[in-house]
Design a protein around this ligand. Structure first.
Ligand code: CAA
Length: 257
């Protein structure tokens, strides 16, 4: 891969954004490569959690601004659509996703992190959607996802001032799940991932689906999906295993069936 480094280890699919000289700026090649590796992770039963992070001093400083000079209305629209479709794919990905934020997460970089289920950041990380300073605005889903994550007033402030915020402020407003020291970032992320790896991948997938679709629907539809799905879960082997393990005071061994 030209723009990524990829590793499969202990049930985790690692995606390292790998353009450190450009602070891992996202170009079309990177969009296509992430899409392709996710398709591989999706069908690989060994992979149960996906972690995104950046090589070098940044998570990702956003879309590659150097290519903007060549864009016109049609090609810019197309680029935004491709980026947005990737973020939608990440958000709806069947397996849990974590953004391990190791420095700047700006513009499209923060949009990628926001499409993940969880964001764990090192204390020196800086977050922001500074597109307004370029005379544009977020184009990979940020205008919608940030509002849903932190509410309208803070989201408008972040997008309309373009100001960067520190990781601890991100945690305070609900954008970041956990802030940790720079030295412990990987260890803490792995600890978090370990909790997910213990669970049934099948039930996690169904639960994620219900949370996401329910969040975008009228509550009555979400609640209905919840109870229908709850019934469905009782036809799975993992439900039998989980309940049996509890009743027999042992650890469950979920198989994803
Ligand atoms: N695109 C392309 N190149 C980028 C980049 C980006 N988004 N961000 C950084 N770089 C490049 C710099 O041009 C520089 O390259 P050269 O060494 O070849 O000059 C290299 O990465 C290192 O960057 P800096 O020298 O600027 O590093 P710094 O530590 O002084 O500053 C920074 C770091 C504050 C993150 C600064 O690089 C910066 O402001 N970057 C742009 C952030 C931004 O505006 N992001 C939004 C992009 S638009 C977008 O994402 C649209 C969308 O929603 C889809």
């Amino acid at each position: 891969m030209e723009t990524l480094d990829v590793k499969k280890e202990n049930g985790i699919g690692w995606i390292y954004l790998n353009r450190p000289d450009k602070l891992n700026a996202i170009n079309l090649k990177m969009i296509n490569e992430i899409d392709s590796i996710l398709k591989d992770f999706e069908t690989d039963n060994e992979i149960r959690v996906v972690i995104f992070t950046g090589k070098g001093k940044a998570f990702c400083a956003g879309a590659d601004i150097s290519q903007f000079k060549e864009l016109n209305t049609m090609t810019a629209w197309n680029f935004a659509r491709k980026g947005r479709e990737l973020m939608d794919y990440i958000e709806r990905f069947m397996k849990p996703t974590i953004a391990m934020i190791n420095g700047y997460a700006l513009g499209g970089g923060l949009e990628l992190a926001m499409a993940c289920d969880f964001r764990i950041a090192s204390e020196d990380s800086m977050l922001g959607l500074p597109e307004i300073n370029l005379g544009i605005y977020p184009g990979f889903g940020g205008t919608q996802r940030l509002v849903r994550l932190v509410g309208k007033p803070k989201a408008m402030e972040i997008m309309m001032t373009g100001d960067r915020i520190r990781a601890d402020e991100g945690e305070r407003i609900g954008l970041i799940n956990k802030v940790v020291t720079k030295e412990s970032l990987e260890e803490e992320t792995l600890k978090f991932a370990a909790k997910l790896l213990e669970k049934s991948p099948l039930i996690l997938s169904i639960l994620k689906n219900i949370i996401l679709y329910g969040n975008d629907s009228p509550i009555v539809d979400g609640l209905n999906m919840e109870s229908l799905g709850w019934g469905y879960v009782f036809s799975t082997e993992d439900e039998k295993e989980g309940v049996d393990a509890f009743l027999n005071k042992r650890k469950p061994n979920f198989k994803g069936k």
